[in-house]
Design a protein around this ligand. Structure first.
Ligand SMILES: Cc1cc2nc3c(=O)[nH]c(=O)nc-3n(C[C@H](O)[C@H](O)[C@H](O)COP(=O)(O)O)c2cc1C
Length: 338
């Protein structure tokens, strides 16, 4: 068996926390991170996370059960904080004894962290920390680990780059807390760098989206292999009153359609036909639908091709185990050269 002693040592806290061989998380990707990819990641020594997205509690129930049939290794579930049935989804995770719940999409609503940690089957809570102040608040509120994710990432993004977030947050937090770094990681050399800065592990999405085990449509994968870093662009907000979290995706007609959708929702908001929360939810549902069109149906023109800037480093379909082995070997080589 190949081992990566220097990398594994730096990942030790993350590995202990996740219960996986490596502290490489595959971040949840709506429609992509389902039973096949999640189980493959965990079976290969990474940590897979189911993307609940807009799933109903019944659908999540089935997805967790099916994933558990495919792996006996730990995996997590990513829940979106604005999901109207968040507490029912938490109960589903509890029923299955899911060990780790990732809360994404905003500050966890009151009682959610307690519900995850306090039930009959307590789970660990992982939260996204967009700023240092919020990171400290999340830790005080009971988060067991944090993900700091830069704007190079695919999907919903914040305004700050991974390298700056890492420099700002790791020296303050990493000695006493578990911090995973995400966004723009395509090679193991970058993993080595963040581990040396104090991260306990990393999270990647784009790098795994086109793995052999990913159910993404072949045309979705082809679009990724053809793209370069500069094709993965952030969406723009068209209306001041309608705060829309930017999304990084490959340029296509679908990205333009999103601008039109924002204008349409802003119009409805103008006419006071819906409340702000509902308007934002409509935007999120739009993304989920557009992503499904691209990932599942292969409509790479009108669908959303959410991808991070590391997409330029993807050239071919590879099994998850090979990707993880390569990342670990590259990290090890970089650390050995120090
Ligand atoms: C196609 C796609 C869909 C995503 N969907 C979600 C999601 O549903 N929930 C979430 O928290 N993050 C989502 N993400 C973000 C990933 O979980 C991960 O944090 C991110 O991809 C890491 O950055 P990278 O793309 O540079 O590797 C998505 C990313 C991609 C590429």
């Amino acid at each position: 068996m190949v081992t990566f002693p220097k990398t594994e040592t730096l990942m030790q806290r993350g590995r202990d926390f996740l219960g996986s061989e490596t502290a490489i998380l595959c971040g949840a990707m709506s429609w992509v991170s389902e039973r096949n990819l999640v189980s493959a990641i965990s079976n290969a020594g990474g940590f897979g996370v189911i993307a609940c997205g807009a799933m109903t509690p019944d659908l999540l129930d089935r997805e967790i059960a099916e994933t558990a049939r495919l792996t006996d290794k730990p995996f997590g579930v990513n829940l979106i904080t604005m999901h109207p049935d968040l507490f029912d989804l938490i109960a589903v995770c509890e029923k299955h004894g899911v060990g780790h719940v990732v809360l994404a999409g905003g500050i966890p609503p009151k009682g959610s962290v307690e519900a995850i940690k306090g039930g009959s089957n307590p789970a660990k809570v992982i939260c996204f920390a967009p700023t240092l102040a919020l990171a400290k608040k999340l830790l005080r509120s009971g988060a067991d680990a944090l993900v700091i994710e830069g704007m190079e990432a695919g999907g919903h993004i914040g305004p700050v780059s991974t390298s700056v977030l890492a420099q700002e947050m790791l020296p303050e937090l990493a000695d006493d807390h578990l911090v995973f770094v995400a966004g723009g990681i395509g090679r193991g050399n970058a993993i080595a760098g963040y581990l040396e800065m104090g991260a306990c592990g990393v999270q990647l999405g784009t790098r795994f989206a086109c793995a052999t085990e990913s159910i993404a449509h072949p045309d979705f994968k082809k679009a990724f292999f053809r793209a370069s870093a500069r094709d993965a662009v952030a969406s723009v907000q068209v209306d001041q009153r309608l705060p829309v979290i930017p999304v990084r995706a490959l340029k296509n007609k679908g990205a333009e359609l999103f601008t039109a959708k924002q204008r349409e929702v802003a119009g409805i908001l103008d006419r006071e036909e819906i409340a702000m929360e509902e308007a934002q939810l409509q935007i999120e549902h739009y993304w989920a639908g557009a992503l499904r069109r691209a990932v599942i149906d292969g409509d790479v023109e009108n669908g959303s091709l959410m991808a991070g800037q590391s997409v330029g480093m993807l050239k071919e379909e590879e099994p998850v185990a090979d990707i993880i082995a390569k990342l670990m070997a590259q990290s090890e080589e970089a650390l050995a050269r120090r």
